[in-house]
Design a protein around this ligand. Structure first.
Ligand SMILES: [Zn+2]
Length: 434
């Protein structure tokens, strides 16, 4: 399903050439010494650590089966700022040497395609945008989302650092600049898009190391009187509620709730308009999807702004819950194995990779299925579980299937149940984690 194609890399500086568990120890020391760092969002602090996941891989470093080189592994440590409340990592590192190129196919999922068109139509209709409105997307990928906006009547332009994805975007006729979005990038945008009516970042904003700088650049790009900023990030309140530890990734610099995002927008000259752009059943798994506008723009915020989920996070208690979630997954797999049942997974994207990496029992999974053909014949980093086409379930049947990409549960269940020898039991990892 490639549901984590959105989990793309956005940044930055060299790290030491260490590998495997040694890298883990080195990184722990590195981050601990940075504990007194200033907050990357508000510049204040102090920061205190509340999430620790030891020796975790990169979500996309899936290597061919015969490639035995050690994957990048480092601890994931997440800190919360006592001043602004934003959760974040400290330091910056360039992870790009570890990245393996493969084709992204997120647009092939009917659910994802429906979401993208609904987002485009809703932004146009809700904010009264007229034909020919201009849309810029930062991290525009293969251009699938911008194509939906064009279908909705917009003139579109993308900014995307991956040359492979830029090529795919141009093939579908969506113009794109091959670049990371930095404050200087704003001035390089073509004339008709300065200013722009809509600036869109879906699962990109939390991959950028300097959120305040990004928001300042967004203000420069947007029309001051009618501009709209549309952001989609993972919802930290939901991550915590569901114990969805797989969404803590090296690729994420920041983690947001509706409240902390609304406040950061306020500090950067934006006003939060809505956290309710699309109903939850039409959004992607664990999505915080918001619209904001420059403070003086003519858009009105929702009468009822839902931003109080923050109260749900118990920073002192979460590590214990996280550990017991992982233990529950391991206990489930061991129980199945002890009963003589064969087990496989579904979802070779970020969720599957990170969930399996933290489990002690993932070696018991025969394989993990994924619809993304670019992942087939590759191995998930650290867990070593091979990724296979869904047809493997017919060739090498299993009794139990654990679905990591649970956001596509209905589609997956439908596809799997059609197969001869389909598993007796298909279970969402969320149901085991709780
Ligand atoms: Zn802060």
């Amino acid at each position: 399903m490639g549901n984590d194609a959105e989990e793309r890399l956005a940044g930055a500086l060299p790290i030491p050439e260490t590998e495997g568990r040694e890298a883990s120890a080195a990184m722990t020391e590195h981050t601990a010494s940075k504990q007194s760092c200033r907050c990357r969002v508000c510049g204040s602090g102090p920061l205190s650590r509340w999430v620790h996941l030891p020796a975790m891989p990169l979500t996309e470093e899936l290597r061919p089966l015969d490639d035995r080189s050690a994957p990048f592994l480092a601890d994931i440590d997440v800190y919360v700022c006592a001043d602004c409340g934003v959760s974040q990592t400290v330091g910056e590192r360039d992870l790009s040497p570890y990245y393996v190129d493969y084709g992204y196919t997120v647009g092939q999922s009917p659910f994802a395609a429906r979401f993208m068109q609904r987002l485009a139509d809703t932004v146009r209709d809700r904010y009264g945008l007229q034909p020919g409105f201009t849309v810029i997307e930062i991290g525009s990928g293969d251009g699938a989302q911008l194509e939906c906006f064009r279908r909705a009547g917009a003139d579109v332009y993308g900014v995307e650092p991956s040359s492979e994805l830029c090529r795919a975007s141009r093939q579908r006729g969506v113009p794109v600049m091959e670049a990371l979005f930095e404050p200087e990038t704003a001035a390089l945008l073509p004339e008709p898009f300065r200013p722009a009516d809509v600036l869109l970042m879906t699962y990109t904003f939390d991959h950028l190391p300097d959120p305040a700088g990004t928001l300042a650049a967004a203000r420069d790009v947007l029309h001051p009187g009618k501009g709209l900023l549309v952001l989609e990030v993972h919802d930290l309140a939901r991550i915590v509620e569901r114990r969805e530890y797989c969404l803590f990734e090296h690729e994420h610099y920041t983690y947001w709730t509706a409240r902390t995002l609304g406040e950061a927008l306020g500090r950067s000259g934006f006003r939060l308009l809505t956290t309710d752009l699309l109903p939850e059943n039409e959004r992607r798994g664990n999505s915080l999807l918001i619209a904001a506008a420059p403070t003086d723009a003519a858009h009105s915020p929702d009468r009822l702004l839902l931003v109080d989920e923050e109260a749900q996070i118990d920073y002192d208690e979460f590590q214990r819950e996280l550990d017991s979630g992982i233990a529950a997954l391991d206990a489930f797999v061991e129980r199945e194995a002890a009963a003589g049942r064969r087990i496989a997974g579904y979802g070779g994207g970020g969720r599957g990779v990170m969930t399996m990496a933290a489990m002690a029992s993932s070696w018991r999974l025969a394989y993990v299925c994924d619809a993304n053909t670019g992942l087939h014949g590759r191995r998930a980093p650290k867990s070593g579980v091979p990724v296979a086409d869904i047809s493997r379930l017919a060739q090498q049947p299993v009794d139990t299937l654990i679905v990591f990409s649970y956001g596509y549960m209905d589609e997956i269940r439908e596809a799997v149940m059609k197969l001869p020898g389909a598993p007796n039991r298909i279970v969402s990892m969320l149901d085991i984690l709780k």
